[in-house]
Design a protein around this ligand. Structure first.
Ligand SMILES: *[C@@H]1O[C@H](CO)[C@@H](O)[C@H](O)[C@H]1NC(C)=O
Ligand SMILES: *[C@@H]1O[C@H](CO)[C@@H](O)[C@H](O)[C@H]1NC(C)=O
Length: 373
């Protein structure tokens, strides 16, 4: 024992710089990680019995959003392309929340706390506009209203050469046209809510968007015009602009619409098409950096969770949210405005008066309205 003690006394941590350097490095890594992870949703508001639709809710951020909102009392409908994966996600959410819920001896209705949570799955494939119509029709016949619509599902690094069955570029349809159509179809139900909220998920990348003013909806020969990255940025800028347009259209109603960027998020299926993620050795090299500089799905979900639950945002519409915790960020609004200005303040919105957009076959032609944002 004495020997050990004297060893400690003799050990001089300052005889070498390595412990100091190591400590500084660890401190730096923790600091960067903390900053990059962003803030948590600052409130714990309950949304008892509110009906919430989350697209792409079976994995990644959609899953985290659905879980958080279910925990706050919402009735969640997961809109998933893959029903099997969706059912599995719903079961996981219910089980996890059930485990956290203490047994209520007075509640004789169900012995299993997991059954107190309402998480259901419906089929929705954004690659198909008719699937969007079916989904919306089914939802509207099943539920009397919808309180929150989270348009979370999206695509990045798709193949720009291959159009969807409806004849559109994939990013444009999955990230923009289909969510916008879904929103328009569900509007009557959102208006029946005491306070309907529509949330779009955009991305920082919208700032890099290139718009072709002769073809703002990118329905021309996109494969030649755009790399997948540009097509993605384009669809996300279209979302920011559509948010502003829709907010104007909805003035005087109880429905608000906002969009947010989750920041850089790793560990979602979002990047599954990325060329970076296909090679093993590249993965080994990039994962530590992704861990350090990117948010995980839970952290990325916080902005949308706040938009769905914060009573302070009741009157806020048409805004672009960046950092989740803070009040909406004037600078980001300015960015979005500047971007909108760059697009000459124009946005083409598919014919609002023909819900279903029946005649769309890749050529929007006269079915397109021109709107000032
Ligand atoms: C759907 O999800 C299940 C479970 O995750 C998976 O096994 C199956 O391959 C998926 N189907 C399609 C068509 O992706
Ligand atoms: C159960 O009911 C009794 C009597 O109605 C009440 O005193 C008690 O607080 C209740 N317990 C819980 C956990 O709600």
């Amino acid at each position: 024992m004495e020997r050990v003690l004297s060893m400690f006394e003799r050990a001089d941590p300052f005889s070498t710089w390595w412990p100091t350097i190591a400590a500084l490095l660890v401190g730096l890594v923790i600091t960067v990680r903390t900053i990059m992870s962003g803030q948590r949703c600052p409130n714990d508001n309950q949304i008892k019995e509110q009906i919430v639709v989350v697209t792409g809710g079976n994995s990644g951020m959609g899953f985290e959003i659905a879980k958080a909102l279910a925990a706050r009392g919402g009735r969640i409908i997961l809109a998933c392309r893959n029903l099997t994966a969706g059912e599995r996600a719903a079961a996981i959410i219910k089980r996890e929340l059930g485990c956290r819920t203490p047994l209520d001896p007075n509640d004789s209705s169900s012995a299993n706390p997991a059954e107190r949570y309402f998480v259901e799955v419906r089929q929705l494939d954004l690659c198909s506009l008719s699937s969007v119509q079916q989904f919306a029709a089914q939802l509207m016949s099943e539920f009397e209203r919808i309180d929150v619509l989270v348009n979370n599902a999206g695509m990045v690094f798709g193949n720009t050469q291959v159009p969807t069955g409806d004849g559109f570029e994939q990013h444009l349809q999955v990230n923009y046209l289909a969510p916008l159509l879904l929103t328009q179809l569900l509007l009557p139900h959102l208006e029946r809510s005491e306070q309907g909220r529509i949330i779009f998920t955009s991305a920082h990348a919208h700032q890099a968007a290139k718009m072709d003013f002769d073809d703002p909806l990118n329905v021309g020969s996109w494969a030649v015009k755009f790399h997948a990255r540009d097509a993605f940025a384009h669809s996300k800028l279209a979302l920011v602009l559509a948010t502003r347009w829709l907010a104007k259209e909805l003035t005087g109603t109880t429905v608000t619409v906002n969009c947010c960027t989750p920041g850089l998020v790793r560990g979602t299926r979002h990047l599954r098409h990325s060329p970076l993620m296909s090679a093993f050795c590249v993965k080994v090299i990039t994962y530590p950096w992704m861990w350090l500089f990117m948010k995980n799905a839970y952290e990325g979900a916080q902005t949308a969770i706040r938009l769905a639950t914060d009573p302070q945002l009741k009157q806020v519409s048409g805004e672009y949210f960046n950092r989740q915790g803070g009040v909406h960020n004037g600078q980001d609004t300015a960015t979005a405005t500047a971007t909108a200005a760059a697009a000459r303040k124009l946005i083409y919105v598919p014919h609002a008066q023909s819900p279903g957009w029946g005649s769309l076959t890749g050529d929007l032609g006269s079915n397109v309205y021109l709107h000032l944002v």
